[in-house]
Each structure stands twice: as C-alpha cells, then as structure tokens.
Design a protein around this ligand. Sequence first.
Ligand code: A2P
Length: 280
Amino acid sequence: MTQNVPKITLTDGNSIPQLGFGVWQVPNDQAQRAVTSAIDIGYRLIDTAQGYDNEAGVGEAIAAADVGREELFITSKLRNGAHQYDEARRAFDESLERLKLDYLDMFLIHWPVPEQDLYVDAWKALGALYKDGRIRSIGVSNFLPEHIERIGQATDMLPVVNQLELHPLYQQRDVRKFHAGHAISIECYSPLGSGAVLDNPTIAEIAKKHGKSVAQVILRWELDQGLIVIPKSTHENRIKENFDVFGFSLDAEDTAALDGLDDPENGKTGGHPATMNDLF
Ligand code: A2P
C-alpha cells in the first residue's frame, strides 16, 4: 500500500509523503502501539511534537519497526518555551534523544508565540541545524503570513512547510494563496476537524454515494488539492481506514459541495496563532 502514497517535492528538493500519521493527543503510553500499527499499515510519515509529550513512545515504535530509517519521514516540533537560540538547539538535541534518532526529516517551530517574540531566534537555530545536516527540512506551524514574511526578511530563508489547521469547515483559502505564491507546502493538522466534521450530513451523503466513510471522503478532498494530511487515530481500524483513500475519486459535484462547507468565522477548532502564547 505504501507505494500508493504520492510524494510532494519541497522547495529544498526533499520529498514528503502526502499522507502521514499524526499523534497529537495520543498519550505516550499509547503512542508506541499506535505508531507501530501505522507503520505496519504502510504510513511512512510520522508527525509528533515536543509539546505532545509522546516522542519517547514514538521513538520506541521507530526503533522496533521493520522498516529502514531512510524509508521513514519523521517530523517533530519545537516547544513554545524553547525559542531562544541556544535553548532551541538544546531542545532539538533532547528530541533526538527521546526519538532515538541522529537526524530528523523535518523540524517545525510549533507556534509563533507573538507575545514572546522570539520566533526569529528559533528560526535561526533551525537554520543552523539544517546547515549542519541534522534536520533535512525546516518549517513552521501555525505561522500567519506576517510571521513568515518576518523570518524570511531576517534570514533569507523561507520554511518549506507550514503546518496549519485545515479541513472542510476551515479551508484557509486566502492563506493558501500566500503560500502558493511562495511555494510553501501546506500540511493540514486536524484534517478531520479533530472529529468535528465527521457528523456533517453533506459529507455523509457523498460518503454514501461512494461507499466510503466520511473520514475517507474528507482526506480524499484534501489530497486532491495537493495538501499534505496527517490524520490521527488511536484505533487500528481507523488508522487503516484513513490510509485506504487511493482507490476512489470525487467528482466535480462532490468537490463543489465540500468547497461550500467553508465557515471561516466558526469553523476553527483549535487555538489561533495571533493569540496562542502558552509556554509549554
Ligand atoms: P480516535 O483517536 O478515537 O480514533 P484529526 O486527525 O482531525 O485531529 O481527528 C482526530 C479525531 O478523529 C480523533 O478524535 C479520532 O478519534 C477521530 N478519527 C480519526 N479517524 C477517524 C475515522 N476514520 N472515523 C472516525 N473517527 C476518526
């Protein structure tokens, strides 16, 4: 099944599987089992973060996996309280230790934390680690266009990925135009709206028509738009279901109906980058 997952070429020349496995809100003691299932099913992109407190469990699964390191694409993210340059480098080393790895495929600044105003420092630290070959691709998460412009001006280096909340109820159309203009790939977190989109009657109709689940229809719609997706589940049957999204296609009518669900005012389920200042 793995060979069915398309890859997206990033502006740094590296490629990333378009469908991966996210572990936000997976407790550390369940992370090993969930990631082991995901790798067995065929997922090769695994997305964790320092702030998820489950890197150790993810590392156990990677170490035990019957898959070579080069076949995997492992992402983690810098915690908000470690943006200061030296602190960011130290925090990165700690991530590698917990994950039992000697490089990461991708490392992201988790949130800009505007109140703290140290994300330029953090970006410089990621740049140095990239130049040292310890991170193959560097990017950001939850950055607004103004934050990306600022780090670009300060360092002449743009992120290759911005990981954002994106799903049918929160489609981020304007933000996507900015990213397309700078060739920054978008990776969708909460691609299923953290579960909030799964009871949508419009999508249920489309799912029924194709004999697929609502989750499968949503993921297909996101993949069709060139977005990278990292659905999360702790249930093996759902982890499998979310990977089985390559054997059907949506028609123009389905796509238009899904496009029409965008609700920029109320659709967001998680924190907002302009006001998220928690120092985890
Ligand atoms: P669970 O972990 O209990 O399976 P997102 O990836 O947007 O954050 O969504 C994750 C949420 O959606 C979790 O609550 C997860 O629950 C649930 N979920 C993930 N995949 C499926 C699926 N295929 N069918 C139903 N619920 C799912």
